[in-house]
Design a protein around this ligand. Structure first.
Ligand SMILES: Cc1ncc(COP(=O)(O)O)c(C=O)c1O
Length: 415
């Protein structure tokens, strides 16, 4: 196990004061802070290696290209994929939109059924709403069971009806509950359907192995796992990578472009794409982002993802024990072993935004309040907004003690 107090030295931002108080950062499900190792890796790229990748043959360009490819390999190893199956994107949202569009184009026909769940972030709901409308498919939203994971019986009923695609979050960004993706993938594949996984809240917090889970597509972003913003990953199982067409076209992703006739005005082009994953990365990629993500993975790998999850659960356990009074409504399971480091709650009778506002102003505590881009789920919880405290490797029990004290103060002020 690691000591979060040692880790804190690597995070310059944890020394800043917010409203005169040392920052307590409990908004990690929105984005994590960055250690100096990641910031330095990005800085070094620009100081020492900056050139465009996959194009020029000069030494600097070759070094930059090598760095970019090493970063892809690092990502692939981290999730147990092969480098050909890892496509860089701008984030989870872009990855999920691309997946929805290509899956719809290649595999969906009018009247087909696509399944998603009530637990989804809007990024794994709205793209499917759009493509289902365009393709005249039916989008079915499966409810959760009493543990706030997907209701498997309902899912199976839809697969029996012939559902073609299931797109599901691995971990709920509101409740921290973990869907049984391995079980789901066995079920989905036994009906020859496709499984897409939104791993935005799982890859940063627990071991994730795409071969073991056996999902067909997966999306996550760098910025929730110590890496930079504007960088994400789209995992495509090799079998599908070879079947689908590139969704972005342009420089850097072709083997050849040839005119079919010597007279250009009379001609059209014959285009041969590069192999995967290059053919899915048209244009100049976000090399600094890939390099930063690689440094973030080095950092997390040293700690070990099992230890990361264990640490978060210790914090959740401690917080849940202290939120037991009558004043609080805690949403989702109360057992730390079935969730990651996310706790959603309300101070009864007080709007979540008021609580978050005062925590920030009185105590320098950053939490998120609102519907967390998962409005259908928050409505099913019987509210319009929750306060969400979400933890990461640098958070401590002392910070939770300060949080609990601050909540008492907020309650006194507002009740
Ligand atoms: C479960 C889940 N999916 C998707 C996203 C979207 O991620 P991004 O905004 O980084 O693209 C988030 C971000 O909060 C999330 O929690």
């Amino acid at each position: 196990m690691f000591d979060p107090n040692d880790i804190r030295h690597d995070f310059p931002i944890l020394n800043v004061k917010v409203n005169g108080k040392p920052l307590i950062y409990f908004d990690n499900a929105a984005t994590s802070q960055k250690p100096k190792q990641v910031i330095e890796a990005i800085e070094n790229f620009y100081f020492l290696k900056n050139a465009n990748v996959g194009r020029s043959i000069h030494t600097l360009a070759e070094e930059a290209t090598e760095l970019y490819f090493q970063s892809r390999k690092k990502v692939a190893d981290f999730i147990n994929a092969t480098p050909e199956e890892v496509v860089f994107s701008s984030g989870t949202t872009e990855s999920l939109n691309a997946i929805a569009n290509v899956v719809a184009e290649k595999f969906l026909n009018p009247k087909d059924i696509v399944v998603t769940s009530i637990l989804e972030h809007h990024s794994n709901l709205l793209p499917w709403v759009k493509v289902c409308k365009e393709k005249s498919c039916a989008l079915k939203v499966v409810n959760a069971n009493k543990n706030w994971t997907i209701n498997i019986e309902k899912l199976e009923a839809l697969l029996k009806e012939g559902a073609k695609v299931v797109s599901l979050t691995h971990v709920s960004n509101v409740l921290g509950t973990i869907n049984p993706i391995k079980e789901v993938s066995k079920l989905v594949h036994s009906y020859d359907a496709i499984l897409v996984v939104d791993a935005a809240q799982s890859v940063p917090h627990m071991p994730v192995d795409v071969k073991d889970l056996d999902c067909d597509f997966m999306a996550f972003g760098a910025h929730k796992m110590l890496g930079p913003m504007g960088t994400g990953v789209l995992y495509l199982k090799k079998r599908y990578a070879d079947l689908i067409e590139p969704w972005n076209l342009g420089g850097g992703m072709i083997k050849s472009v040839k005119l079919l006739n010597e007279v250009p005005e009379l001609s059209c082009c014959k285009v041969t794409y590069e192999d995967t994953p290059i053919r899915f990365e048209a244009g100049t990629p976000n090399v600094e982002g890939a390099v930063g993500l690689s440094a973030a993975i080095d950092y997390l790998s040293k700690l070990g993802m099992n230890s990361v999850l264990f640490h978060e659960r210790q914090l959740v356990k401690y917080l849940l024990e202290n939120l037991k009074g009558n004043s609080f409504e805690v949403y989702g399971p109360k057992d730390e072993n079935s969730i990651t480091g996310i706790v959603s709650f309300n101070l009864k009778g007080i709007h979540a935004h008021d609580v978050a506002y005062l925590l920030d102003k009185l105590a320098g505590i950053a939490v998120r309040s609102g519907h967390h881009c998962a409005q259908p789920l928050v409505n099913i919880l019987g509210t319009v907004a929750t306060v969400r405290a979400s933890f990461y490797i640098y958070n401590t029990i002392e910070e939770i003690n300060a949080f609990i004290e601050a909540l008492k103060e907020v309650e006194k002020m507002l009740k």
